[in-house]
Every structure is written in structure tokens, then in C-alpha cells.
Design a protein around this ligand. Structure first.
Ligand code: C2E
Ligand code: CA
Ligand code: CA
Length: 388
């Protein structure tokens, strides 16, 4: 409302919603606005009406279902409601609100216009997150994070042109953890910023060695997440890492997904343009899975497209995906971009991709992600040269 019709309209809507909420409760109950679009209702109930909260919650959902007329605009809202019962001993307002909050997130995740009662299991999920966060802090401090590398090769010749840096966590008790087990928490907590810096530092130190010993044109590709793109100091930080490692910006490619670009398009454009001006190569990762792919190619200074592995996986089965890959390649030619096909697992896929005119590929067919020493082996170097 604020963005579309101005703050006056937003304020009017809040007042209208408050009025409807008040009509859902009794005189002695409390309705409060916590901030933003969050409200709290406190209902004191005797043991006789144990589930009064559910009744009121349903009433609220029904009451908000009717459209609102605000400053000449007709609009609809939905509510997600979390319910916490304060019957337990030692109940206090903070923990009641926290429990209601946790339940509300479950209601939201279930698809809005719902109410959900807090359960102890929900608390456990949150505790696990908290554990994860403090473990991750420890991991950063104690260098438990390491970087694996996966080659990007020319299709056919299979010459290694680049390596993608993929973070791993050597957890002292859980073993080697893949990024999908901890990156969400890292993103949510902002720990992705120091984590990303560490990956970048390792990757740059490593590429310097490989460039000296193997191929002076070898490139290392590093993934940047949305949070990193929003961090204004990223450009300076990245330039500093390159200088400290004694690596030319041309040795570095960064990969961003389409998802990371939407949201703050202007900020993302500014960051990518500065990186591009430095001489860093920019790749769009998981291409084809996000929104408005084509407009991104015009907005952002893109050099490389990485076709998502789902399209490569189905390449030999149906015609639809090969059409998509064909179109991506045609677009890439039009824009003067390089294309890397991800997730190549079979010879058949490689043959098909070459036939479609794709030049580069990455996947288990060539190599799994491995520690730096594994890449040394692949490049015919002695492992002693690796850092980390
Ligand atoms: P991604 O950037 O799309 O990386 C490629 C993923 O595909 C890797 O998973 C890789 O192991 C996997 N892969 C490679 N070849 C094949 C194949 O032939 N078949 C199949 N099925 N999979 C293949 P990984 O290492 O688990 O990484 C998952 C995601 O985590 C990455 O997806 C990337 O988005 C993110 N990630 C990894 N490292 C970093 C990092 O340092 N920073 C940030 N921000 N994100 C990272
Ligand atoms: Ca990637
Ligand atoms: Ca990818």
C-alpha cells in the first residue's frame, strides 16, 4: 500500500484493519499493533472455553476477507495468525510473543489466511537454527570451512578453462557438509558475508598458483549470494582480495543467480558494473530457472550464461528442453555471450550439447567437486603446490 498509493493510504488501511480486529474480540480483550503489519491480540480465557483463541482467529480471518476501500482504492489483505497459550508456569509476555511469532511463521509457510497453534516441536526447529548459527560462527573462527573445486571444460576437447569454487564445511562431528545444509542459515544471519570473503580469499590464492604452474589464463569462478550483492563494500573488498593475492581481475569470474538480482535491481546493477569495470567476468548462474531472464541480459553487464542442470538433465528425453537450450544459445550468440552447460553427467548429453553449439560444460562426467589437490592431479601438477 505504501509503495503503491502512499503512506496516507497505508495508515488508513492500518486503522481500518485495527477497527475490524477490535470487532472480533470482547470488551476486556486487548488488541495492539506491534509494528509494521503485525498485530497482537491478548485474550484472557477461563478453563471453560479452552479454545477461544481458535474461534477468535477464525473470526479475524473472516473479518479481513472483505475487501477494504482505502483512499479510493479497493484492496484485499490476508492474515497469518500464530497462537500461543500461556497456561504454562513461568509464562511471560516475551516468551508468549516469541511462541506466537514462531507459530505465525508456520501459518505463513502453510499459505496464509490460516491460524496455527504453537507446539514444542516448532521450538525445536528454531533451536536447531540457533545451534546452526553458533556452530557456523565457530566454523568461521576455526577455519572448518574449505573450498572444493569443479572444472569447467571445453566440450569435446575437455580442456580445463576454469574451476568453480564450491564451499564445504568440515564439521568436527557431522562430517563434510554440502552448502544446501548451511547456506540458508548463513544468508539469514549475514554470516554469508565473512563466509563469502573466506571463499574468495582461498579461491584467489589458489588460482594464483594454478595460473603460475598450469595455465596463465585459467579462471576461478566464485558464487556470490544476494546478501553479498547488497553489501555495498563488496566491490572494494573484492578488489582488495585480488590485490593481496596478487591476482589479475581477469582471473576471476563471479556467478550470481537471477533470483539474487531481483529485489534491489539498481543496487545489483551498480555492484556488477563496478566489478565488470574492474575486469571481473560476470556469469548468470542457474539460467532459465528465475524470472525475466531476457531483461537481465540487457540490464546487467553479463559475459557468461550458465544453463541450469535441469535443462541439461532432460536434454535427451524431450524436445522441449533441447528447444530451450537451443534458444539460450541463440540468445547468447545475439548478445555475444559464452554459454556453460551445467550438470553434464553423460556422453550423450555432451554430444547433444555440442550439436546444439554449446562450447563449455561442467558436470560429474568430467569431475565431481574436489579439494584443490584433486584439481592439481587433474592438471598434472604435484599436490604440494596447493594452499589449504
Ligand atoms: P551451483 O552454483 O549451481 O553449483 C553447482 C552445483 O551442482 C554444485 O553443488 C555441484 O556439486 C553440483 N553439480 C556439479 N556437477 C553436477 C552434475 O553433473 N550433476 C548434478 N546433479 N550436480 C552437479 P554444491 O557444491 O552442493 O553447491 C550447491 C549450491 O550452493 C551452488 O549451486 C551454489 O548456489 C551454492 N554455493 C556453493 N558454494 C558457494 C559459495 O562459496 N558462496 C555462495 N554464495 N554460494 C555457494
Ligand atoms: Ca554456481
Ligand atoms: Ca548453477
Amino acid at each position: 500500500m505504501n509503495d503503491g498509493f502512499g503512506h496516507d493510504a497505508g495508515d488508513r488501511l492500518l486503522i481500518e484493519v485495527s477497527d475490524r480486529l477490535k470487532r472480533c474480540v470482547r470488551e476486556q480483550d486487548l488488541v495492539a499493533r506491534l509494528g509494521g503489519d503485525e498485530f497482537a491480540i491478548l485474550i484472557e480465557e477461563g478453563s471453560a472455553r479452552a479454545d477461544m483463541a481458535s474461534t477468535v482467529a477464525q473470526r479475524v480471518i473472516d473479518a479481513l476477507q472483505e475487501p477494504f476501500e482505502v483512499s479510493g482504492h479497493r484492496t484485499r489483505v490476508s492474515a497469518s495468525i500464530g497462537i500461543a497459550h500461556c497456561g504454562w508456569t513461568g509464562a511471560d509476555a516475551d516468551s508468549a510473543l516469541m511462541r506466537a511469532d514462531i507459530a505465525m511463521y508456520h501459518a505463513k509457510a502453510n499459505g496464509k489466511n490460516q491460524f496455527v497453534h504453537f507446539t514444542d516441536e516448532m521450538q525445536q526447529g528454531v533451536l536447531h537454527r540457533l545451534d546452526m548459527e553458533s556452530w557456523l560462527r565457530e566454523a568461521l573462527a576455526e577455519s572448518q570451512l574449505c573450498v572444493y573445486y569443479q572444472p569447467i571444460v571445453t566440450l569435446g576437447q575437455r580442456k580445463v578453462e576454469a574451476v568453480e569454487a564450491l564451499v564445504r564445511w568440515r564439521h568436527p562431528t557431522l562430517g563434510l557438509l554440502a552448502p544446501d545444509e548451511f547456506l540458508d542459515v548463513a544468508e539469514e544471519t549475514g554470516l554469508i558475508v565473512p563466509l563469502g570473503k573466506q571463499v574468495l580469499r582461498d579461491a584467489c590464492a589458489q588460482i594464483r598458483l594454478w595460473r603460475e604452474r598450469y595455465d596463465e589464463n585459467l579462471i576461478v569462478s566464485v558464487n556470490l549470494s544476494a546478501a553479498q550483492l547488497r553489501d555495498e563494500s563488496i566491490v572494494d573488498a573484492l578488489a582488495l582480495v585480488l590485490t593481496e593475492a596478487g591476482v589479475a581481475p581477469e582471473a576471476l569470474m563471479i556467478e550470481v543467480t537471477e533470483g539474487a538480482l531481483i529485489g534491489d535491481v539498481r543496487g545489483a546493477t551498480a555492484v556488477l558494473e563496478s566489478l565488470s569495470a574492474l575486469g571481473v567476468t560476470i556469469a548468470i548462474d542457474d539460467f532459465g530457472t528465475g524470472y525475466s531472464s531476457l531483461s537481465h541480459l540487457q540490464l546487467f553487464p553479463v559475459d557468461v550464461i550458465k544453463v541450469d542442470k535441469t535443462f541439461v538433465a532432460d536434454l535427451c528425453g524431450g524436445t522441449e528442453h533441447s528447444m530451450l537450450v537451443r534458444s539460450v544459445l541463440a540468445i547468447a550468440r545475439e548478445f555475444g555471450l559464452q554459454v556453460v552447460a551445467e550438470g553434464i553427467e553423460s556422453e550423450e548429453q555432451e554430444v547433444q550439447l555440442r550439436r546444439l553449439g554449446c562450447d563449455y560444460g561442467q558436470g560429474y562426467l568430467y569431475a565431481h567437486p574436489v579439494p584443490a589437490s584433486g584439481i592439481d592431479e587433474l592438471l598434472g601438477l604435484t599436490p604440494a603446490l596447493s594452499v589449504g
